[in-house]
Design a protein around this ligand. Structure first.
Ligand SMILES: NC(=O)c1ccc[n+]([C@@H]2O[C@H](COP(=O)([O-])OP(=O)(O)OC[C@H]3O[C@@H](n4cnc5c(N)ncnc54)[C@H](OP(=O)(O)O)[C@@H]3O)[C@@H](O)[C@H]2O)c1
Length: 227
């Protein structure tokens, strides 16, 4: 069980959900030591290994909770693809870099910062649409594929993480459809929840995790999302 008093590290702390996580940990749980990292405020670039490595060298100590709340749905105004015909190589590579390869670099450089003496969790924010089994609508091919790849990266690294550190696990979390800049274009047509509501539910999931949950992807309601 994650202990409230432990140290926490949040990447993407400038984003809607990342900010709500840091506020929840600080204000609701009273966690004194929440280290916040973001691209806007600190120049952290998840798709650049030099940047990830530089932050890993400068952030000292160990953590009981590491949350990666970075991610993109689109990198241009074109929006996520509605059809395979709209796929563009450069856009797909950019999304893969930020949503899948970046988190792999983060795991590479930060998994050894998970506390070995107490239960500790590495969370990557994933998405239900990354589930191959659950895909009934099609579309959003770059985003879906990047999150499917992320889920495989989480599963694969979770095995190694727990082999090296018996107190550590790594999971994916789907936050729900949350009212942030991420969903700006869909907020009129889709029901959303607030970042605060999403984070409160995800923290309940995090606090109920145990070693047996290693490698899975959970929705904010605690249900496993199939691969
Ligand atoms: N909102 C939803 O409904 C929803 C649903 C499913 C999954 N998710 C997932 O939840 C996560 C967070 O989403 P959100 O709603 O909080 O989005 P958001 O408000 O747009 O925040 C995105 C965060 O990602 C950071 N970021 C983007 N590209 C980056 C890069 N190349 N390097 C470093 N940081 C980068 C942003 O940094 P700056 O702002 O500092 O540039 C920001 O902190 C994402 O992984 C997303 O896929 C969200």
């Amino acid at each position: 069980m994650y202990e409230y008093s432990g140290r926490a590290l949040i990447f993407g702390a400038s984003g809607g959900i990342g900010l709500a996580f840091s506020k929840f940990l600080e204000n609701k749980l009273g966690v004194e030591n929440v280290v916040k990292v973001s691209r806007s405020f600190d120049g952290f670039e998840i798709s650049d290994e030099e940047s990830v490595s530089k932050f890993s060298e400068s952030i000292e100590g160990t953590f009981n909770l590491i949350i990666n709340a970075t991610g993109v749905l689109q990198t241009t105004e074109e929006g996520p693809e509605k059809t395979i015909n709209a796929v563009k190589k450069k856009l797909m590579i950019d999304i893969m870099m930020i949503n899948a390869i970046g988190p792999a670099l983060l795991l590479k450089h930060f998994c050894n910062k998970l506390d070995k003496t107490k239960f500790s969790v590495f969370v990557n924010l994933s998405a239900r649409v990354g589930s191959i089994t659950d895909n009934r609508l099609g579309g959003w091919i770059s985003y879906r594929s990047s999150k499917a790849a992320l889920n495989q990266i989480i599963k694969t690294s979770s095995i190694e993480i727990n082999r090296r550190n018996k107190n550590a696990i790594c999971v994916g979390l789907h936050p729900g459809t949350v009212k942030t800049s991420f969903t700006e274009k869909f907020q009129n047509s889709t029901k959303t929840i607030s970042p605060e509501e999403s984070v409160e539910m995800m923290m309940n999931v995090i606090q109920s995790l145990s070693i047996d949950d290693n490698g899975y992807c959970y929705a904010y309601d605690g249900k496993i999302i199939p691969s």
